[in-house]
Every structure is written in C-alpha cells, then in structure tokens.
Design a protein around this ligand. Structure first.
Ligand SMILES: [Zn+2]
Length: 182
C-alpha cells in the first residue's frame, strides 16, 4: 500500500519513534509499504514518521543514484534496499558538505554538513543485528533518516541564512503540512 508522505508542519513528523520490539507481520508489511511509497515518490530514503507511524524503522535505496559529488563505489558492497529497524550510529568520522533534500520538504534542496562516514547498527527484517559502514551519500542518507527517527527535520539543520532565504517557502509548506490529513 502506498502512503502519502507527510510534509513539514505536520505534527507527526516531530514525534519520536518507539523501538521495534518484535518482527511481526505488521512490521514486515510496514517495511514493504514504506519501500513502495519511497519508490513511488522518487525518494532515496523514508522514515516511519513520514507516513504517520512511530516505529523506529527507515528504508534507504541508492541503487542507480548518481549525484554530483557522490561516488556509487562508496556503497557498492551494501545490499539495497536497506531496511533498518532500531538503527543507531555507533561511530562517525570526517565531514562532507553537499546538497540534501527530503520528501517532507518538496522541491527544497539545501547544502548541509554531515559526517563523511558512519557505522550504523540495526536489526534487519530477520531480527538479526547488522552493521553497515556508510560513506559519502549513504552516510548522508543514514544520518538524514536517523534524524527523522528523532523528530529532527531538514529545517533544523539549516543555517540561519538558509532559513531566511527559504522563509516564504517554508511558511507556505508549514501551513499546508498543518492542514494535511494523515
Ligand atoms: Zn527526509
């Protein structure tokens, strides 16, 4: 089932997630639905809050993605799609600066500073603990989705200058998001 993605201003996006205690059929269906929604929206990642759920669950797929400043070799050995339950960053290092967007902020892209490499631990859908070393764009995507799971949004990562220059669009978006059902 495809969900509509909640946009900036919707209260659900600020709710912190609850850890997933057991891999149930409901969780497997949620993961499938989130992948379907992400692909249909042409996104690289999606977190549960973006469809109004509170499980600690996010999905990422960078298959075929080519982006200026990113190198697909960085994630060549990481199986996609990534379905991460209860993900946490165990270690982060370095720094990268690049463009970042979000399905909850349609048509807005901003330059954001992130760690260059992160080690993320999570449970997979089989209930096994996995560790992935994420570099470059994958590190950015992981950190972006983990932000969602903590109720942190792209707008929180913007500089004061970026916020001022996007103020009118953010205001419009926030109003739409508040009125959005779901
Ligand atoms: Zn996002």
């Amino acid at each position: 089932m495809r969900y509509s993605v909640l946009t900036y201003g919707h209260a659900e996006l600020r709710r912190k997630t609850q850890p997933v205690a057991a891999i149930t059929e409901d969780i497997r269906r949620l993961a499938r639905d989130m992948l379907e929604t992400m692909y249909a929206s042409n996104g690289l990642g999606l977190a549960a809050q973006q469809i109004g759920r509170t499980e600690s669950l996010c999905v990422i797929d960078l298959t075929g993605v080519r982006r200026e400043g990113s190198n697909p070799i960085d994630w060549a050995d990481v199986p996609m799609p990534l379905v991460m339950l209860n993900p946490a960053v165990a270690q982060s290092s370095g720094e990268q600066t690049g463009q970042e967007g979000c399905l909850s902020f349609p048509e807005i892209f901003v330059t954001i500073k992130r760690a260059a490499e992160v080690i993320v631990v999570f449970l997979n859908l089989s209930g096994q603990k996995e560790t992935v070393v994420a570099r470059g764009l994958l590190a950015r995507a992981v950190l972006h989705e983990l932000d969602h799971l903590h109720g942190v949004l792209l707008s929180d990562r913007m500089s004061a200058v970026q916020k001022v220059s996007l103020a009118a669009r953010l205001k419009r978006l926030r109003k739409q998001g508040q009125e959005q059902r779901g």
